[in-house]
Design a protein around this ligand. Sequence first.
Ligand code: COA
Length: 309
Amino acid sequence: MTELETLVNPPQEVFEEIVNLTSETEDWAFQLGDYQFWSKNFDQFWLFTIVEKETKKLVSSVSLARWDGEDGPLFSVGMFYCVQKYRGTGLGKPLFKKVMDIVGDNNATLTGVVKMSAKYASDFGFDKVPEHWHLFSSLKCADVVIPDKVSEKYTTKLWSDVDYEALTAYDRTICIRDRKKMMTNWFNLPDTFTRVVFDVSGNIVGYSTIRLVSKNKMSPAPFYADNLEAAEVLLKDLLNMIPNWQQYASFGFLHPECNKDPLKLLEKFAKNKESVSSATFIRSQFTKKLIPTPDQKVYALADCAHQFV
Ligand SMILES: CC(C)(COP(=O)(O)OP(=O)(O)OC[C@H]1O[C@@H](n2cnc3c(N)ncnc32)[C@H](O)[C@@H]1OP(=O)(O)O)[C@@H](O)C(=O)NCCC(=O)NCCS
């Protein structure tokens, strides 16, 4: 039998294997630099892995971030994964238990996939959930036609040309927890494009980051806008600033089902309505206290491993 070992905070190569495998088998969209980003930007971060002892090949993984705030620590659990040949052999659950031992009585959140969501609630107490699921709605770049005419009531700027105080104040209307420090570092990651959208009075009415991720895809993460018109201007300007955006395979929004605007937005950018696909993907779940989010403004979560909005 193959000997296995548990590694906590393994070398970068192990994380790269996780990114590659999860994009292949689950369509998850991460960047190779996310491990370093999480390690540096949360108050504490753990990546638990099981690997084959001899080859160091990945068997299973789960990550845990501790993010301190005015409301106390919030833990988030992500990257729960087991390579296909080892699934159902009882390896994943003990790894998950290890991170829950660290969480203790604190509030914790995760985004549970459809198949696992009920299990997280029943076995680990992730039973504080919003009424809606999150859909993943996407469009192939080959089917994109950027609209010629969009609203003239909105304009965009590069995030670095915007008053950062005003931008972070807007972010607090989306996420009640302070992401000031984290946001700059997110925007500064490689292969990342961020713009901010303004109304005619100069008020910020949204912002978005598009990341180039595994499997040659683009990932809007996050994408926030006060209304569809502003979202349309923001998406147009963002796509236009990405060199040769047509060479990428697709992009998609991970959005609350109760907000239909991300679907309408994709339809506005699609050759035809049929080229937009949409499926139920995850549910936001908490152990102690559900943190509310302004779902009508949320077109895409910032990070489906370690953020709740
Ligand atoms: C979820 C996952 C990591 C579980 O790993 P695993 O090693 O197969 O898990 P275990 O064998 O320890 O089983 C854990 C429990 O989850 C249940 N489970 C695992 N996969 C399941 C699935 N697809 N559907 C429903 N239940 C599932 C098992 O039945 C078991 O239940 P039990 O405690 O009642 O016996 C693995 O199935 C996987 O990688 N799935 C794809 C990625 C994914 O969806 N991750 C979750 C993201 S939120």
